[in-house]
Design a protein around this ligand. Structure first.
Ligand code: MRU
Length: 355
């Protein structure tokens, strides 16, 4: 099997800090931001230096490990109080991607399960866990990729929305991982990347990431996919997700819902690549998923270029929810969940057996 050479490293440990590729600067500059505390990691998540559900979760785990290291020389009561503050700052950074809360929960449980360790030992254990979460993420994406690749025919023209690639994860990607794995399995694919207004993750990140590896990619604006579908130019849609409710409703980047409706209209399969850590069984349906509202200036323009009049009212919901009925299948690291399964009883049976 040929292995696609991944050229993108989203998060890297330099021995003292976690370095995050600055996704605000791509595709024009490749620079890393070094973080050494929970506060600096939370700032990087909030400001979109690092983004994408799994990558946010990995970064948050390092935020806790770094905070524990910083506090290892303090009194145990001070350590506990400040580390708790670190958890709170990270939990407040972005609301929609559940991977953030999943990673924080995992780090907190580990902390509380070692009451007898010295603070130095404990901070070492937390750092090892952050490394493990990063490594596991890549392994999970590779497994998801192998399952997802079986769904795509040789020669498929596939559409994706936002960036669910190596840049949104520790490596390989979720939706783009499916494409990478299909190519590794010898299939020929060509990818249409939605521009993804307003933050342009498709134009800036997906287009750049795929070009790094010579994976055929064509950029379109968000309002073009219906036209291409109506002409038979798209065979399948594959997207990532930030949170999936127990009934299979999927939150993903704003605009995903429109793509899913169009795919249904044109009988095109709509697949969602979804690690189990993105499934939130505590929420019955997608209407319970908290949707982040981002600053108005992201809609007014981009960086220093503004095109909307001052004073105009603006909405900027960063995510939308695609109802389970529009999802042809979820691709997880434990296998594929078909629409039939979702419609019959949702995800709890699958997750309880799979996890
Ligand atoms: O606002 P972002 O860029 O963090 O949104 C990212 C997405 O919506 C991705 O599609 C999602 O996190 C899946 S990433 C593997």
């Amino acid at each position: 099997m040929k292995r696609v050479m991944e050229r993108v490293q989203t998060l890297r440990w330099n021995g003292k800090q976690i370095e995050l590729i600055d996704q605000r600067l791509l595709p024009f500059r490749t620079e890393y931001v070094a973080c050494d505390s929970a506060k600096s990691v939370a700032g990087a998540i909030r400001d979109m230096v690092v983004r994408g559900a799994p990558a946010i979760g990995v970064a948050a785990a390092y935020g806790i490990a770094l905070e524990a290291r910083r506090l290892a020389g303090t009194m145990p009561s001070v350590f506990a109080e400040r580390l708790n503050e670190g958890f709170n700052i990270l939990a407040a950074s972005r609301p929609t991607a559940v991977n953030l809360f999943w990673a924080l929960d995992r780090m907190r449980k580990l902390w509380l399960s070692h009451p007898d360790k010295s603070l130095k030992e404990l901070s070492g254990i937390l750092l090892q866990e952050a490394h493990a979460i990063l490594d596991e993420d890549i392994g999970i994406n590779r497994k998801m990729g192998q399952y997802g690749a079986t769904l795509l025919p040789d020669g498929a023209k596939v559409l994706t929305h936002c960036n669910a690639g190596a840049l949104a994860t520790a490596g390989h990607g979720t939706a783009l991982g499916v494409f990478r794995s299909a190519i590794e399995a010898g299939k020929r694919l060509s990818v249409f990347a939605d521009e993804t207004r307003p933050f342009l993750q498709g134009a800036r990140l997906t287009a750049w990431e795929l070009l790094q590896e010579n994976i055929p990619v064509t950029l379109i604006t968000d309002n073009m996919s219906g036209y291409l579908m109506s002409r038979g130019e798209i065979d399948a849609v594959v997207v990532g997700t930030d949170r999936v409710a127990a009934n299979g409703d999927v939150a993903n980047k704003i605009g995903t819902y429109m793509v899913a409706v169009l795919a249904k209209r044109h009988n095109i399969p709509f697949y969602v690549a979804c690690p189990l850590s993105t499934i939130d069984l505590s929420l019955a349906t997608g209407s319970d998923i908290p949707i982040e509202e981002r600053p108005a200036n992201e809609v007014k323009g981009f960086r220093d270029c503004h095109w909307a009049p001052e004073g105009v009212a603006i909405r900027n919901p960063a995510f939308d929810v695609t109802p389970a009925e529009l999802v042809t299948a979820l691709v997880t690291e434990k296998g594929i969940v078909t629409n039939d399964t979702l419609m019959k009883g949702g995800l709890s049976g699958f997750v309880k057996n799979g996890r």
